[in-house]
Design a protein around this ligand. Sequence first.
Ligand code: MN
Length: 169
Amino acid sequence: MATLLIVEDNPANLKLARVVLQQAGHAVLEAMDAEAGLAIAREKRPDLILMDIQLPGMDGLSATVELKRDPATAAIPVLALTAHAMMGDEEKIRAAGCDGYLTKPFRYPELLARVAAMLSLPSPLAGEGQGERGAAAKSPPSPQPSPIEGEGASTPLPPRGGGAGGEGE
Ligand code: MN
C-alpha cells in the first residue's frame, strides 16, 4: 500500500480519483489547492503526488517547482493531471519537474496503471542509508545499459518529434 496525495480543485474529479485509488488499496490524502497540497506533502511525505495543473491561486506547475526545489519533497514523484494537451503543455509540464502526466478525463485502468508504474520507479533517496555504507556496495559501471531502461516507466513523457508529419498512414 502506498500513500498518495491528490491535489485537485474539482470535487468530482477528486472524489473519483480518491475512490479508485482507495479501492486499489492506497491511502489517499487530499488537497483542493496548491498551498494546502504543499503543506500536506511536506508533513506527510506521500509516495506519489497527483497534481492538477489548473488550480485556484498557485497552479500545479508552480507547486511542482516548489516541491522539486525543497529537499524534503524533491524525491516524491509528481504525476500531473492536465485537462488539455495543447502544444507546449508537455514541455512546460516536463520543465516544471513533473515525472509524468495524465490527460483528463482519465479512465480508471489508465489512472491505476500510471500510478502503479510511477510507484515502482526507483527513488534516489529511498532505501540507501544516509551514511557511507553504500560506498562498499558500489559496483563498477556496467559496460552496457539495461535493455529495459526507458521503457515506459522511466520516461513517461514521449518525445515530441519536430515537424507536423505522422498524418496519413
Ligand atoms: Mn483544476
